[in-house]
Design a protein around this ligand. Structure first.
Ligand code: NAD
Ligand code: LIP
Length: 560
C-alpha cells in the first residue's frame, strides 16, 4: 500500500503505483478527487437533457443526408433524422493506466509528466524556469466552442476536459510491464528526455516503480533489442500461460488499488506485422486455439490485447503493427470490450494529415509527398530493422487516402500523390527527431507549389500527451451508453435500471485523432483528415449533453 514519503508526497509502491499527494492511491468514491478541474464548467438547459446524481441523459436528433442515384444517373440528397438516447455515468471512479513498454521513452516520460503535474513542479532550464503542464493533450490543453454569449454574441469556449465528467490525468494510477527490468528512475535517465532539474525532483518516486515482467517473442522486434530483455515472463509460448499471467497482472493491479477500471496501452517497441492465416488468427476461436498451441504468428501485442479483452480492460495499440488480427477484433466484439489503435500520431504524420486536408480541400492538386525523418532513441534503433520499419512505413503512408479519394475533381479513380517515407537511426540526436517533408503540388494553369517543412521535435514529449488523451477518452467511453430513442424512454430515472442501453461498438474509432492508422469497425470508412477526427470526437461528446454539432455557420452574425 502506498505510504507517505518523508517529503510528505505520495510515492510508488513495489508495483510501480503512483500515490497522490496525500500518500493514498488516487481518488475514488471514498475520497474526494485529488485534482481540481480547470476552467469554466457548464450545464445544459434543455428539455432533452436530464441531470441526476448518477447520470446525464440526453435525447439527441442525429441529422444526416442520404444520397441516392435517380433513374437519370443524377444524385438525390434526402435529409434524414435518427433520434438517440444517450446516458453518461457521472462518477469517474478510480482509474488505472497500465503501459506495456513502461520503461521506454514514452512510458517514463508520461509517468514523470503526471507526477510533475500532480505536484505542480517547477524546474530550472537554460531558458529559465518551466512549470508542469499538459501541453499537447487535446483533452487537457484545448478548448471547444460551447456557444455564443447571449448578450455579446461572442464565442464562449470551455476546456475540452469539462465537456463531460472525465478522469483527470493527475488522478491516474500508473503501472505496467517492460522487457527491461530497469526501475523508472534509471529508465528515465536512459531515455534522456527530461531535464535533470525535473528528474531530480521525482527521482525517488520513479525509483520505486518497477515494470512487471513481460512477454518476449524475439522474432517480433529487432534483434538489437535483445540486450534489454532481462525481465521476461518464463515459460514456453505454447499455452495460455502468458495470457493468463497478463490477466492476473491486470486483476492484481486493479484489486490492490481498489480501481474501478484499468486501461491498457501498448507503448512498447514496434513489432513486425503478423501474417493473417485462415484457421490461425482469422477468428476469435482460432486465435485462442493458436495461442494455446504457441503458434509462431501470435505477437506479444496480441497476447496483451487478448488478455485485456478477457479482463474487459480497454486496450489501445500505440504502435503500428497489426496487433488486432481479425480474431482479436472478433473476440473484443464478443466480449463487448473496447480496443483502439494504431500508432500514436505525434508529429510528422499529424502535420501531414492537417496539411494534406488543407491543400486538397483548397483545390490544390498534391502530387508528391516526401517524408524523411531521423532520430536517435531506442524506437529509432528498433525501427532500423526492416520488418519493424515496414510496420511504421504502412501506418505513415496510408494517412492521405481518404482525403485524396474524396476529391474526384483533382484525382481520377485510384490516382494518388507519390508518397515516400524514410526513417533513419542517428543516435546522436536522441529523442529530438528531425523531420523533413516536401509537399509538391500542381496549381493554377500549370504552375507548381513546393512546401518544405523542417520539424525538430522531441518525440516522446509529443507522444506522452497522446497516451493521456487516449486513456481519458477510452475511459470516458466506458461510461457512455446509447439506444434508439423510444417515446416511452424514462429520461427521469437515475440510470440504474434503464433497459436497452448499450455501449459503443468495441472498436473505438472515436480515438482516431490521436492515431496514425485509425482502427474502425470492420466495413466502416477510415477518416484521416485531422479536423474531421477532432470534430467527430467533440461532437459525439456534445451530443451526450444534448448539444448540436458545432457548425461554425455563424448565421447569427450574417442574418440580421
Ligand atoms: N513520438 C513517439 O515517440 C511515437 C509516436 C508514434 C508511435 N510511437 C511508438 O510507441 C512505441 C514506444 O516508443 P518509445 O519511443 O517509447 O520507444 P522505446 O523503445 O523507448 O520504448 C519501448 C519499450 O518497450 C519495451 N518492450 C519492447 N517489447 C516489449 C514487450 N513485448 N513487452 C514489454 N515491453 C516491451 C522496451 O524494452 C522499451 O523499454 C514504439 O513502438 C513507437 O514506434 C512512438
Ligand atoms: O507520429 P510521427 O511523427 O508521424 O511518426 C514518428 C516517426 O516519424 C518516428 O520515426 C518514429 O520513431 C515515431 O515512433 C513516430 O511514429
Amino acid at each position: 500500500m502506498a505510504t507517505d514519503n518523508d517529503d510528505g508526497t505520495g510515492h510508488a509502491n513495489g508495483n510501480g503505483l503512483i500515490a497522490n499527494s496525500n500518500g493514498h492511491t488516487t481518488n475514488g468514491d471514498s475520497r474526494a478527487p485529488t485534482s481540481s478541474h480547470t476552467g469554466r464548467t457548464f450545464k445544459v438547459d434543455s428539455p432533452n437533457v436530464v441531470y441526476t446524481d448518477n447520470v446525464i441523459k440526453s435525447k439527441y436528433t442525429y441529422r444526416t443526408t442520404s444520397v441516392a442515384q435517380d433513374s437519370n444517373g443524377g444524385l438525390v440528397a434526402t435529409p434524414k433524422e435518427t433520434v438517440y438516447d444517450f446516458k453518461v455515468q457521472r462518477r469517474v471512479g478510480r482509474v488505472g493506466m497500465m503501459l506495456v513498454g513502461w520503461g521506454g521513452n514514452n512510458g517514463t516520460t508520461v509517468t514523470a509528466g503526471i507526477l510533475a503535474n500532480r505536484r505542480n513542479l517547477v524546474w530550472d532550464t537554460r531558458e529559465g524556469s518551466r512549470a508542469a503542464n499538459y501541453y499537447g493533450s487535446v483533452v487537457m490543453a484545448s478548448t471547444i466552442k460551447l456557444g455564443t454569449n447571449s448578450t455579446t454574441g461572442k464565442d464562449v469556449n470551455v476546456p475540452f476536459h469539462n465537456l463531460l465528467p472525465m478522469v483527470h490525468p493527475n488522478d491516474l494510477v500508473v503501472g505496467g510491464w517492460d522487457l527491461s527490468g530497469m526501475d523508472l528512475a534509471a529508465a528515465m535517465d536512459r531515455a534522456a528526455v527530461l531535464e535533470p532539474t525535473l528528474k531530480n525532483q521525482i527521482r525517488k518516486e520513479m525509483a520505486q516503480m518497477k515494470p512487471l515482467p513481460s512477454v518476449y517473442y524475439p522474432d517480433f522486434i529487432a534483434a538489437n533489442q535483445e540486450d534489454r530483455a532481462d525481465n521476461v515472463i518464463p515459460g514456453s509460448k505454447a499455452s495460455m500461460a502468458h495470457v493468463e499471467q497478463i490477466r492476473k497482472d491486470i486483476r492484481d493491479f486493479k484489486a490492490e488499488h481498489s480501481l474501478d477500471k484499468v486501461v491498457v496501452q501498448w507503448t512498447a517497441s514496434t513489432e513486425r506485422y503478423a501474417s493473417i492465416i485462415p484457421g490461425v488468427n482469422d477468428t476469435a476461436e482460432n486465435l485462442l486455439n493458436s495461442i494455446d498451441a504457441g503458434h509462431e504468428e501470435i505477437a506479444p501485442s496480441t497476447i496483451f490485447a487478448v488478455a485485456s479483452i478477457l479482463e474487459n480492460a480497454p486496450f489501445i495499440n500505440g504502435s503500428p503493427q497489426n496487433t488486432f488480427v481479425p480474431g482479436a477484433t472478433e473476440l473484443a466484439t464478443q466480449h463487448s470490450a473496447f480496443i483502439g489503435g494504431d500508432d500514436f500520431k505525434s508529429g510528422q504524420t499529424k502535420m501531414k494529415s492537417a496539411l494534406v486536408d488543407f491543400l486538397i480541400s483548397a483545390g490544390i492538386k498534391l502530387t508528391s509527398i516526401a517524408s524523411y525523418n531521423h532520430l536517435g532513441n531506442n524506437d529509432g534503433k528498433n525501427l532500423s530493422s526492416h520488418d519493424q520499419f515496414r510496420s511504421k512505413e504502412i501506418s505513415k503512408s496510408n494517412v492521405v487516402d481518404d482525403m485524396v479519394a474524396a476529391n474526384t475533381v483533382l484525382y481520377q479513380e485510384g490516382e494518388k500523390p507519390d508518397h515516400t517515407v524514410v526513417i533513419k537511426y542517428m543516435p546522436a540526436v536522441g529523442d529530438n527527431k528531425r523531420a523533413l517533408d516536401e509537399y509538391y503540388a500542381e496549381i493554377f494553369m500549370g504552375g507548381h507549389q513546393t512546401i518544405s517543412l523542417f520539424n525538430v521535435c522531441e518525440d516522446s514529449l509529443l507522444a506522452a500527451p497522446l497516451i493521456i488523451d487516449l486513456v481519458i477518452v477510452a475511459e470516458m467511453m466506458t461510461r457512455i451508453q446509447w439506444k434508439a430513442h423510444s417515446a416511452s424512454a424514462d429520461t427521469g430515472s437515475d440510470g440504474k435500471k434503464d433497459e436497452g442501453y448499450r455501449g459503443f461498438h468495441s472498436v473505438l474509432s472515436i480515438l482516431s485523432y490521436m492515431l496514425k492508422a485509425p482502427l474502425t469497425p470492420p466495413g466502416t470508412p477510415v477518416i484521416n483528415a485531422l479536423a474531421k477526427q477532432r470534430a467527430a470526437m467533440t461532437n459525439i461528446f456534445r451530443a451526450c449533453v444534448g448539444l448540436e454539432p458545432e457548425a461554425d455557420m455563424g448565421l447569427e452574425h450574417k442574418l440580421f
